[in-house]
Design a protein around this ligand. Structure first.
Ligand code: FAD
Length: 279
């Protein structure tokens, strides 16, 4: 079990001070010898420079660092320029996304409409230089035409040249098992790594989950609501840690190839789960 690879996702801080704090968090996470760190990219390129600066700073620790890159709301030319700059800097991994449009911006303004278009563009520009990760949705992307179309779409991204997937977070291990079964039926052999969201704040988790279509099972939601009602943050954290540790145990038993943590730029909740798992 101790060989399970882990990776940690950050969002780019808004200030230099925030970046310094993040580097302290990163130093604590380094003890888990992550396979890579990744840094998210804001809608429509809104964090373009901050993502770049954060990637450059985070990679100084000597661990692979992957920028996320999304295509909606940006021109082909802007995307190519950024990919070429990352390649010239020696970055070797990118998390490739469609992204979400900033409110008020129509999809018509995007030259590339879906993540598979961006995967193709990156392969066109840089051949096999990058390891490309794409998003997977065991509980279906909220805008998908149908569940089976969304499953087919994941295959389209792999067929376009992506190497592997990272899932949206979820709390139903069976959803992951079903997704993997469906991929096997479609002949997809690329690894799909579960995205793990530690539970630390009930209100935030419920808000995020509603927005991104992640299901919080009733037995978890009810407990979190109870603790939230009386302002018992310590119990939210303790219960959250128990639930997410249990989820990871099930996923690893099912053969999950690695774990990717949505760290929310924190170290403790992720480290505790990994300690519980003996990783
Ligand atoms: P796509 O794979 O392009 O799919 C988007 C939707 O389009 C799906 O519903 C799919 O079924 C549908 N679709 C695909 N092809 C077609 C077609 N031809 N016609 C009609 N519908 C079609 N967001 C950020 O802004 N920044 C980040 O850094 C970021 N990082 C993420 C990391 C991970 C691991 C994950 C899971 C998500 C991340 N997101 C991020 C969120 C992501 O951008 C959103 O979920 C977004 O809505 C979809 O992006 P995608 O790459 O999955 O899109």
């Amino acid at each position: 079990m101790s060989k399970t690879p882990v990776s940690f996702e950050f969002f780019p801080p808004k200030s230099d001070e925030g970046l310094e704090k993040l580097i302290k968090v990163q130093q604590k996470l380094l003890v888990k010898e992550p396979e890579f760190f990744s840094v998210t990219y804001g809608a429509g390129g809104s964090t373009r420079d901050r993502t770049w600066n954060t990637v450059m700073k985070v990679r100084e620790a000597g661990v692979d660092t992957a920028p996320h890159l999304s295509c909606v709301g940006q021109s082909r030319e802007e995307l190519v320029e950024l990919v070429e700059r990352y390649q010239a800097e020696g970055i070797t991994r990118i998390v490739v996304l469609r992204g979400d449009l900033p409110s008020g911006m129509g999809a018509a303004q995007s030259e590339l409409r879906f993540a598979d278009d961006l995967v193709r563009l990156i392969r066109e520009v840089s051949g096999d230089h990058f390891h490309l990760e794409v998003a997977a949705y065991p509980e279906m992307h909220p805008q998908a035409r149908s569940f089976s179309d969304d499953l087919d779409h994941f295959k389209r991204k792999i067929d376009a040249g992506a190497n592997s997937g990272i899932t949206q977070y979820f709390f139903n291990a069976e959803a992951y098992a079903y997704f993997m079964e469906q991929m096997e039926k479609r002949g997809v052999t690329a690894p799909v790594v579960p995205g793990i969201m530690p539970i630390t704040n009930a209100a935030n988790l419920m808000r995020f989950s509603d927005a991104c279509g992640a299901d919080i099972p009733r037995w978890i939601r009810k407990r979190l609501e109870e603790y939230q009602r009386v302002g018992d943050d310590a119990s939210v954290k303790a219960f959250g840690e128990e639930v997410v540790t249990g989820l990871c145990e099930k996923l690893l038993a099912m053969g999950a190839p690695a774990l990717h943590f949505y760290t929310m730029n924190q170290s403790v909740p992720n480290l505790r789960i990994l300690d519980n798992l003996g990783l």
